[in-house]
Design a binder for this molecule. Structure first.
Ligand code: 4AD
Ligand code: MG
Length: 451
């Protein structure tokens, strides 16, 4: 190409993203991003750029780029911000399938050598990384997880939007507990006590009786003193609630819902799943029907496992499952397992008793495979005015704060059901992570409020 034409081609190059380089093969594009890594070998420089959509390796030979561009790139520091022009070349060996022949480079901010980006390509401890979470999220693995999280949230809303559910947003500041008083975060509300919501459920029940099929989707809070790999103090919950739905209907909904979300991720985040090295053969089989077990059957299985020495602790009938129990149970199936009809005593005040045997609640927990445990908790709701009032008293809940909720049983009460799904638990499972702290941009845990 004559020099003039080449220059003109560079000036008219379109701005592109790394994820869409395939649409520009053989042509020059402009990328805006950061230098992730640089390998130098004499006259050849191999920068790796990132732009939030992915990473791409560039190639710059001393003879193929203007001298000032070669100089600017040589020794350039990690995370310096750049605008780079280059020609897209298909390369089978490259992670995204393409490489970039660097033609031009503009450094927006050069990270000084004296104060380098703290997260290098070598291994760092978890504490070190968590303290620098605002920078850690730039690394390929962490940004892939956040992109998968976004897809999970998108699909989680989309399923309901295309199936006739109306999104209704419950308040975050609430006068009373939904999931028991022991894990409430108190707030001073102009001198009166208020709490950060543990679940939007009670409000979703009200909007379901107004609109039929609804869902809420927002942050929820639990002042849990647990340091497990499954607990955050602030997490996102999506909660459908449906008038005239029973427990069987709820389980059908749950299995279709989870399958839809997993397959959306498989379809739309294949590159990110590859980046994090996820074994797709564990996600492909996620499809209805999911196995359904009564609590009593699950307990039998746990007892057998204990006898065989697969579980350390014996399981005491009547308890809620502990983490090791859930882990063991959920490892027995290649898809999520739905455990239903727990003893009413271990479950929440709002759960409808089973008319066939009122010692059991019409509830379900969905346990994700590979040992991830509970991702969904839900139930049919008490619909009788008398029983609800009685339960509120038994649980020593402040009746005044629940008057509005009791009203729902005074005026046109109907059977209804709903569940809550914790987004971070689902992200941890889908991404096969050790801990929920990597599933949200800025995790809040017992020990951490910074950054
Ligand atoms: O089982 P939970 O406590 O159920 C409820 O809150 C119901 N009111 C929901 C409803 O029926 N609308 O919580 C629901 C889900 C759990 O299955 C889990 O996925 C997630 O929320 N979850 C947590 N996730 C992260 N950290 C925590 N501390 C969590 N607690 C619950
Ligand atoms: Mg639960």
């Amino acid at each position: 190409m004559p020099e003039e034409t080449a220059k003109a081609a560079l000036e008219t190059a379109p701005v592109a993203t790394i994820a869409t380089l395939g649409q520009h093969e053989g042509r020059s594009v402009i990328l805006r991003g950061w230098l992730y890594n640089l390998r130098e070998s004499g006259k050849l420089l191999f920068p790796i750029f990132r732009d939030g959509t992915g990473t791409v390796q560039g190639v710059a030979h001393v003879k193929s780029v203007p001298p000032e561009v070669f100089e600017a790139l040589k020794g350039l520091t990690q995370e310096s911000s750049v605008i780079v022009t280059g020609k897209v070349r298909a390369d089978q060996r490259a992670p995204g399938g393409f490489e970039l022949d660097v033609q031009d480079l503009q450094v927006i901010q050069r990270v000084p050598e004296s104060d380098p980006f703290p997260i290098t390509l070598k291994e760092h401890g978890v504490d070190f990384l968590q303290e620098r979470r605002h920078l850690w999220i730039r690394t390929p693995r962490q940004s892939a997880i956040l992109r998968i999280r976004a897809e999970i949230m998108r699909a989680a809303a989309e399923y309901f939007d295309i199936n006739g559910f109306i999104r209704t947003d419950p308040p975050v500041l609430t006068p009373a507990a939904c999931e028991g008083t022991s894990t409430l975060f108190p707030v001073d509300y102009f001198g009166d006590p208020a709490y950060l919501t543990q679940s939007g459920q009670l409000y979703a029940e009200a909007t379901a009786l107004a609109l039929g099929k609804v869902y809420s989707f927002g942050p929820t809070f639990r002042a849990e003193k647990s340091k497990t790999r499954r607990h955050l103090t602030e997490f996102w919950m999506v909660e459908p609630e449906v008038a005239f739905m029973d427990l069987d209907g709820l389980m059908d909904l749950a299995e279709n819902y989870i399958s839809y979300i997993v397959h959306s991720v498989l379809k739309n985040r294949a590159a990110e799943l590859a980046t994090i090295g996820r074994d797709l053969s564990r996600l492909d089989p996620i499809a209805p029907p999911f196995p359904r077990l009564r609590y009593d059957q699950a307990v039998e299985m746990l007892n057998e496992a204990h006898k065989k020495g697969e579980l350390e602790q014996p399981f005491h009938y009547g308890n809620d499952f502990g983490s090791p129990d859930e882990t063991w149970l959920s490892s027995q199936f290649d898809r999520p397992v739905m455990v239903h009809r727990y003893p009413a005593d271990v479950k929440a005040f709002y759960m409808e008793p089973d008319p066939a045997d009122p010692r059991y609640a019409l509830c379900v927990d969905v346990l994700a495979p590979e040992g991830y445990g509970e991702v969904i908790g839900g139930s049919q709701r008490v619909s009788s005015l008398e029983l609800l009032t009685q339960r509120i008293e038994q649980h020593h809940l402040p009746k005044e704060a629940f008057e509005w909720y009791i009203d729902l049983r005074r005026y046109g009460s109907v059977p209804h059901a709903g569940f809550g799904m914790g987004i971070e638990r689902v992200v941890a499972w889908v991404c096969n992570l050790d801990h929920v702290r990597e599933t949200i941009p800025f995790p809040r845990t017992l020990n951490r409020m910074y950054p």
